[in-house]
Design a protein around this ligand. Structure first.
Ligand code: G3P
Ligand code: CA
Length: 241
C-alpha cells in the first residue's frame, strides 16, 4: 500500500519542521516524515526549510551565519500560532532520536537554494549511521550533485531525485545518477511513469498532495509514498475511500 509521509511534519496543523510537528505526524500515524536540513555556522545540522530564519522563527538572516547556541535561543513556533511559542529549531539528531525505535521512514532533504553547504552530505550520513537507522532513511534533493556525492560517500544510502517539471525519460536519468527513487511533483505523475518505475524497482514518492481529490486520483497509482501536509486526511483516503 502507498505510504503517507508527513511534509515538514504534519505541517497543516503545526509549525513546520519542529519536534511538535514531527510528534504530531507520529500521532496521526504517518508512515514517514519529510524534513529539510541546513548547516549552522559551527557545522551543526539544523532542521529548517528556508536558508534564512525570517519566515519561521523570530530571528533574521541566514542560518549559516549563526552558531548552534544562538539558533537554539530562537522561537520557531509562535509565528504559526502563539500556542506553539517555545518550539525550537531542531537538530537532525533530535529527529533521529525520535524516529529510532519506530518503523517510520525518514526523508532528509538536503536543501539547494542559493546556498550550498560543503560537506553536508558527509555530515548527514555520518549522523544517520551513528543512530544506526540507515534502512529507514532516504536522502532527497533538488541538487542532484548532492545525491551523487551521497552515493560516493556510502553507496548503500538511499537517495531520491526531486524535480519540479516533467523530465524527458527520467528512468534513463535514474540509471546514470543511480538514485533509488524519483520525486515527481504530483502534477507530472502519470501511469506510464509509475509502471516503468515499478518494473525497474525505482520508488515513486510524490509531493506535495494536499487536496483530497488529488489524493483519490493518486490512490489509483501504485506508488511508494505520498508527501502531504495532512497525513491524517491522506491516510484516511488511502485506507477507507
Ligand atoms: O520532498 C518534497 C518537498 O518537500 C519538496 O519541496 O520546498 O517543500 O522542500 P519543499
Ligand atoms: Ca522538503
Amino acid at each position: 500500500m502507498t505510504k503517507v509521509w508527513a511534509h515538514r511534519g504534519a505541517k497543516g496543523y503545526y509549525p513546520e519542521n519542529t519536534l511538535i510537528s514531527f510528534e504530531g505526524a507520529i500521532k496521526q500515524k504517518a508512515d514517514g516524515i519529510e524534513l529539510d536540513v541546513q548547516l549552522s555556522k559551527d557545522g551543526y545540522i539544523m532542521v529548517c526549510h528556508d536558508e534564512t530564519l525570517n519566515r519561521t522563527t523570530n530571528g533574521k538572516g541566514f542560518i549559516k551565519n549563526y552558531n548552534l547556541y544562538e539558533l537554539k535561543q530562537l522561537d520557531a513556533g509562535a509565528w504559526y500560532d502563539k500556542k506553539f511559542k517555545g518550539e525550537k529549531l531542531p537538530l537532525l539528531d533530535e529527529v533521529l532520536e525520535l524516529i529510532k525505535g519506530t518503523n517510520m521512514d525518514l526523508n532528509i532533504e538536503i536543501k539547494a537554494g542559493s546556498i550550498f553547504y560543503p560537506g553536508i552530505e558527509e555530515k548527514v550520513i555520518k549522523m544517520v549511521n551513528k543512530f544506526g537507522i540507515k534502512e529507514q532513511v532516504i536522502i532527497s534533493s533538488f541538487d542532484h550533485y548532492a545525491l551523487l556525492k551521497a552515493k560516493e560517500i556510502d553507496n548503500t544510502i538511499k537517495t531520491g531525485l526531486l524535480y519540479m517539471e516533467s523530465l524527458y525519460k527520467p528512468l534513463k536519468y535514474v540509471k546514470t545518477i543511480k538514485v533509488n527513487a524519483l520525486y515527481p511533483n504530483y502534477i507530472t505523475l502519470n501511469k506510464e511513469l509509475v509502471e516503468e518505475a515499478n518494473e525497474l524497482n525505482v520508488d515513486i514518492n510524490t509531493y506535495t498532495v494536499n487536496h483530497e481529490d488529488d489524493a483519490k486520483l493518486i490512490k489509483q497509482l501504485d506508488i511508494n509514498a505520498i508527501i502531504t501536509d495532512y497525513p491524517d486526511i491522506v491516510k484516511n483516503i488511502l485506507e477507507n475511500n
